[in-house]
Design a protein around this ligand. Sequence first.
Ligand code: DQQ
Length: 565
Amino acid sequence: NAMLQWQRTGFHFQPERNWMNDPNGTVHFCILIWVILLMMQNSFFDAKCKCRSRVLQGVVPPLLPIQPGRRHLGQQDRLGARRLPRPAPVAPPPGCHVPRPVLPDGRIVMLYTGSTNASVQVQCMAFPTDPSDPLLINWTKYENNPVMYPPPGVGEKDFRDPTTAWFDGSDDTWRLVIGSKDDRHAGMVMTYKTKDFIDYELVPGLLHRVPGTGMWECIDLYPVGGKRGIDMTEAVATASKNGGGDVLHVMKESSDDDRHDYYALGRYDAAKNTWTPLDTDADVGIGLRYDWGKFYASKTFYDPSKKRRVLWGWVGETDSERADVAKGWASLQSIPRTVVLDTKKGSNLLQWPVEEVETLRTNSTNLGGVTVDHGSVFPLSLHRATQLDIEASFRLDPLDVAAAKEADVGYNCSTSGGMTGRGTLGPFGLLVLADARRHGGDMERTGIYFYVARGLDGGLRTHFCHDETRSSHANDIVKRVVGNIVPVLDGEEFSVRLLVDHSIVESFAMGGRLTATSRVYPTEAIYANAGVYLFNNATSARVNVTRLVVHEMDSSYNQAYMASL
Ligand code: DQQ
């Protein structure tokens, strides 16, 4: 029906039908053109489970998520074959004349987790059947699979998700890490090395371990430094020469206990096979998170063509299985995000939508310069409001801030009343996928907002939250208020970039210091009835909207965009 149909996104990656989960094996390589291969698990049968998964392959040249199924989806029967549509031949872009060797002999190998008949998790390999195929459609399993079994002391079902391998010149081996947990519920990471991708050796000791964090899925380990991304092999080579300098290494795990992606910044010592957090209080699994909403099993890859590190995450559904079956599909991939170190703060990452997203902007409306009084709502006059890229900055009147004495010390996004819980300095922000026909009552709306509290020490503390509780009249949906404290430095305004795409809202607050992703399923605020409002629900503060640019977004399978590939 029209409502379910409307939930399909315009510029997020999703399969035509069935279930999808983790992004896997994302690589960016150059054969004739720069190609990004994004593979993910996908169920054969329906939208509700991942039983009998297959690998689904999407090719994304350049990085925008082309809607698979419409043009760029190839389906494979267990690494078997079916053709992807082939892009028309194009001149190789600059920097793309040398095929990027992945193995010393130029081959690409895929490592994946298999399961034996006795359900033991093992690591296996597959090679492109035709290495000269730029899209690597067909894969052949290695005849001597598996190549790694759970080592002694590791549970048979706790040994999965190998990382991308990197080369370590100190002993000419390729290394990769695998996540697990021990019998005391500590999440942990093991390192393997191989010279030939035939024999694998477990490196003695653990790379890292954090008690109480449970099974670590989908480990990622990568260097971050200045504005540019860094390849892991390059970072290891540089470190062996000069000790690594300012380069830090991010370790990320997907926590099977609470289904969130956690990361920490630390130092990787290849020779000692250790990774040490900068701050033990912000260790992996207990400190920073990539995203405060629905976002899991994410992975980064290094894009050598633009020298950047790019992150994708699996964004599941929060509606019911019944609704997914009726829709015929389940899950999205997040917008690909560049990841850099927040050099101003030094203690966290910044995530930001890849620049290619901006090529989809069409009508841009500048609506900044208004003041929203406390307790008021302000409708934006837009043409279409279901696919948007919004840039907004807010300032609180300094007099109001000065007047706010100790306020809302214990504020918490999830438990303090969301967008309707009023305080002195918040909440204020935007209502998206909100019923454009009338404001008030129980209209459908998703609240995206800041909430400023004054701590006991007199300092201000800013929270950034997504309120999903009024997002839909449907009652088979998980609706929460998600978010957390976000650092705001002296002189900074409250800023957010917001991507709205039918049933997903992705926010990047304070330049990407905090991100939140929500799945929302309006039943009435859809098609022409979807609107956007500014709101300020503070009891006394006025909010100055210093910048507000709303871009309507094309769909990524748009003809004009395809022609530019
Ligand atoms: N999904 C995969 C696992 C991984 C988990 C199985 C994360 O390998 O640990 O579908 O979503």
